[in-house]
Design a binder for this molecule. Structure first.
Ligand code: GUN
Ligand code: ZN
Length: 446
């Protein structure tokens, strides 16, 4: 296993290709330059950022002495951002179950207990990042497990690959099997603080306080997590909410004093900016309004929601409450690491959830929800998830002719929107030709 490059400050590189980006990262309006030039330069901090981009004809003279990779025929697009995924469920993917709770008990919890073993955790972390790279995902908010070793394995591997990644140790001190249940709330919170000190802000890594979901945490653990969240405002919070009918009934029994499932987290001090809530399927209008007011955001996991028959995210309601949201795979509940599969499923879900009038998400909107929009919902807008001067140099190189059917369909498309839509519906890891991380081509197994 070789160590990746050490970037030298001041070093520039240029790429000639088609370019796809969002001129304003807060808006899903996409822009396309068919013959573009994108230039990256390494800063004093060792991070490679986009230093110039635009039409090749306008930029090439000023960058004539910069080494240039010729990728004509390919598209450079922002690296995908996955707002919610469980690396320790890489081996749980494609396990059938009668809904969320049996799936957790029969497949997920037994697999996650294995992550007490650092050797196992490291092996899975390597495979997991290979898979993210293969699919063009350059930033993800990741659950580890209730073991410090699982977090160290995740971050060590992400650090070696120079990735911008966020993750955290799962907190679960009740209703969990031996081997996954925290010995005490106090111990789990102490370990979380240690991990924050070790990893948050180290290179491109960020920490997320990670209560699994309300049913598997005592009130003391949730309150302690809320206190930690208050004393570390730049740290993220991630958990699950309002995914499944049986789960919601259980939460109402366990926390009868709270207004709603989301209200439990509100009562414990866990609703704030940089709090990311997976699923958000069965929220009411007050919940949505409260999330938006607090700056908390939703990670929408359509392949998981379809697979576990959990329900449909209501994109229209989220938009009308200005609840920021983006897309996520939720592997292993989710059925694919591929952002194309997730965007396709999001399209289907939006059609299903909108009632009799129908609601179609456009191709550019779907793409934004998995790149710049997801970055915005992670409070990383303008940092990753887009191509723009100043953005970190994480991007994918797409081959719109990667398969015979893609080649035929994208060539026949009449507009950019049609081309993007064809890629969303027909695409998978074959569409991702190359991934560039921190300005360098990311090998599958560095
Ligand atoms: N709720 C609590 N834990 C999980 C999990 O691992 N996956 C999903 N989809 N929902 C959860
Ligand atoms: Zn999840």
């Amino acid at each position: 296993m070789n160590t990746p490059h050490t970037p030298s400050p001041g070093l520039s590189h240029a790429y000639r290709a088609s370019l796809l980006w969002f001129p304003d990262h807060r808006s899903h309006q996409v822009h396309f330059e068919s013959d573009g030039l994108l230039v990256t330069t390494v800063g004093e901090d060792g991070l490679s950022r986009i230093s110039a981009m635009g039409p090749h004809a306008l930029l090439h003279a000023a960058h004539a002495d910069v080494p240039t990779t010729d990728w004509r025929g390919r598209w450079i697009a922002p690296g995908f951002v996955d707002m919610h995924i469980h690396y320790a469920q890489t081996d749980v993917i494609a396990s059938p179950a009668d809904g969320l709770l049996p799936w957790l008990n029969n497949y997920t919890f037994p697999q996650e207990t294995r992550f007490a073993d650092p050797v196992h955790a490291r092996e899975v972390a390597r495979f997991y990042f290979d898979e993210l790279m293969r699919n063009g995902v350059t930033t993800a908010l990741t659950f580890a497990t209730a073991h410090t070793a699982s977090v160290d394995a995740l971050f060590e591997e992400a650090q070696r690959r120079q990735l911008r990644m966020i993750g955290g140790r799962v907190l679960q001190d009740r209703h969990s099997p031996e081997g996954l249940r925290d010995a005490s709330a106090q111990q789990s919170l102490y370990e979380t603080e240690q991990l924050i000190a070790r990893w948050h802000g180290t290179d491109r890594l960020g920490y997320a306080i990670t209560p699994r979901f309300a049913p598997t945490s005592s009130e003391a653990q949730l309150r302690g997590a809320g206190e930690l969240a208050a004393s570390h405002p730049s740290v993220w919070v991630q958990t699950h909410v309002a995914e499944n009918a049986d789960e919601i009934r259980w939460v109402a029994e366990l926390f009868p004093q709270s207004r709603s499932y989301l209200g439990v987290y509100e009562d414990m001090g866990l609703l704030r900016q940089r709090s990311v809530y997976a699923h958000c399927l069965h929220l009411d209008a007050d919940d949505r309004a409260l999330m938006a007011e607090r700056g908390a955001t939703a990670a929408v996991c359509p392949t998981s929601n379809l697979f576990l028959d959990s329900g449909f995210f209501n994109f229209e309601q989220a938009q009308s409450h200005q609840l920021l949201h983006g897309l996520a795979s939720d592997v292993g509940g989710g059925t694919s690491f591929s952002p194309f599969h997730t965007m396709h499923a999001a399209y289907t879900v939006a059609r299903q959830s909108a009632g009799k009038n129908g609601h179609s998400l456009s191709a550019e909107h779907l793409w934004w929800l998995h790149t710049a929009g997801a970055a915005l919902a992670l409070d990383l807008g303008g940092v990753v998830g887009n191509l723009a001067v100043g953005c970190e140099a994480d991007f994918v190189v797409l081959n719109p002719a990667a398969t015979p059917l893609l080649a035929r369909r994208t060539a026949a498309a009449d507009s950019l929107q049609e081309q993007l839509f064809a890629m969303i519906v027909l695409g998978d890891d074959r569409l991702i030709d190359t991934v560039v991380v921190n300005g360098f081509k990311a090998p599958k197994s560095p």
